[in-house]
Design a protein around this ligand. Structure first.
Ligand code: NAD
Ligand code: MG
Length: 395
């Protein structure tokens, strides 16, 4: 077999959970991948260690003083990586002409502009940053179509669905004989808890996910089921589906990562150990397959697979997200922003766990006149929702 061309990769958010898993896969295949740029918000020591191993052309930190520190440390180690600072540099390393592939693994709305920059400049975009697509779905998909970018979902459920659909699945699910997408959810750590007990959840309890090891924000989202709500919106955009075509199925073992149900009665599922290196390796190598360092699933050890319907009474965030998608326009961006502010406040100990959904519902209930036809409008909706959420939390 001929050697595949070398891919030059920018990893946005390289110090996070997805970022470090990406570098783990890349390090297994030095003949296929070179790191062009690594970026982090504040984790300068981790970024320094990553630069020593991967020797990127560019490294980005948010604060110029942190960037100066990293520059000095690298110079002392004899490493010539250029160090940049600030949000604009994130967009620069995403659109850089030498870059083939961009892993979008910044958490939250902060990742929108660089992910969009990658989409607009026709890269292979590995999308982990679901919030970017939730906020700007129409705009983002339009940018991908116009630039000819290759968009590969890294979120495990969407990656699974991608694998279960025909290779060419554009133009609506019905055209391809797909009746429904079955989006699996672990149910989070409080799946079996009563409403009263859920109200007492602490940040440490919320961040201890039973099956997946992830960043703190997505761990809280998984516990409230907002993560599944954001994923429902994400799936609508990625697969040109309506919310009614997507069924959320709680599957506590997290072994089936999602499914596609066809008109002839077939249901195709993708299974594997819950390890994000599988979807990351899929995205990096597509349409080929490479070793991700993940063991083959031991079905005898799994032994059984359980399924149940989600309980939207105990976990209202899922319903709120579906409502936002049905409403359309700026509603998903508003939902996302209010949730980010509420999750931050919860992690800081300023808000109870159950109040996350209450804050999101209250902000969504406020009249908002704007739309989501342009980036400016989306950013304005995001800003407005953050202000509204902050007011409700202070009250
Ligand atoms: P994380 O918190 O572990 O890492 C976030 C990364 O983004 C870090 O490198 C951090 O430095 C950077 N970052 C944070 N705020 C930033 C800012 N304001 N500006 C620039 N960079 C910033 O998060 P994670 O768990 O790796 O998740 C990353 C994204 O991937 C999220 O959107 C999440 O929903 C999605 N995702 C994660 C998983 C998972 O298993 N962790 C699975 C599916 C999807
Ligand atoms: Mg997921």
């Amino acid at each position: 077999m001929s050697q595949p061309p070398l891919q030059h990769v920018t990893v946005l958010g390289s110090t996070g959970s997805i970022g470090t898993n990406t570098l783990n896969v890349i390090a297994r295949h030095p003949d296929r991948y070179r790191v062009y740029a690594l970026t982090a918000h504040t984790s300068k020591e981790v970024l320094l260690a990553q630069c020593k191993v991967h020797r990127p052309h560019v490294a980005v930190l948010n604060d110029p003083r942190d960037a100066q520190w990293l520059h000095d440390e690298l110079a002392e180690a004899g490493i010539t990586t250029q160090v940049l600072a600030g949000p604009e540099a994130l967009c620069d390393v995403a659109r850089e002409s030498q870059v083939d592939t961009v892993m979008a693994a910044i958490v939250g709305a902060a990742g929108l502009l660089p992910a969009l920059a990658a989409a607009e400049s026709g890269k292979r975009v590995l999308l982990a940053n679901k919030e970017a697509l939730v906020m700007s779905g129409a705009l983002f998909m339009d940018a991908v179509a116009r630039s000819g970018a290759t968009l590969l979902p890294i979120d495990s459920e969407h990656n699974a669905i991608y694998q279960c659909l025909p290779a060419q699945h554009r133009g609506g699910l019905a055209r391809h004989g797909v009746r429904q997408l079955l989006l699996t959810a672990s149910g989070g750590p409080f799946r079996t808890w009563s409403l009263e007990d859920i109200a007492t959840v602490t940040p440490d309890q919320a961040c201890a996910h039973p099956n997946w090891s992830m960043g703190r924000k997505i761990s809280v989202d998984s516990a409230t089921l907002m993560n599944k709500g954001l994923e429902l919106i994400e799936a609508c955009w990625l697969f040109d589906a309506s919310p009614e075509q997507i069924q959320v199925v709680v599957h506590p073992q997290s072994v089936i990562h999602s499914m596609a149900a066809y008109d002839d009665g077939s249901v195709i599922a993708q299974l594997g150990n819950p390890d994000m290196r599988t979807p990351i390796a899929y995205g990096l190598a597509w349409p080929e397959r490479i070793d991700a360092g993940v063991e083959t699933l031991d079905l005898f050890q799994v032994a059984r697979l359980d399924f149940e319907a989600p309980d939207e009474k105990r976990f209202p965030c899922l319903r709120l997200a579906r409502e936002a998608m049905v409403k359309g326009g700026a509603a998903p961006a508003i939902l996302n922003a209010a949730n980010e502010v509420a999750v931050d406040a919860f992690l800081e100990g300023q808000l109870g766990f159950s109040a996350i959904a209450e804050v999101v519902a209250e902000v969504m209930g406020q009249p908002f006149e704007g739309s989501a036809d342009s980036l400016e409008q989306i950013l304005a909706a995001d800003k407005w929702a953050r202000e509204q959420a902050a007011l409700k939390i202070q009250r």
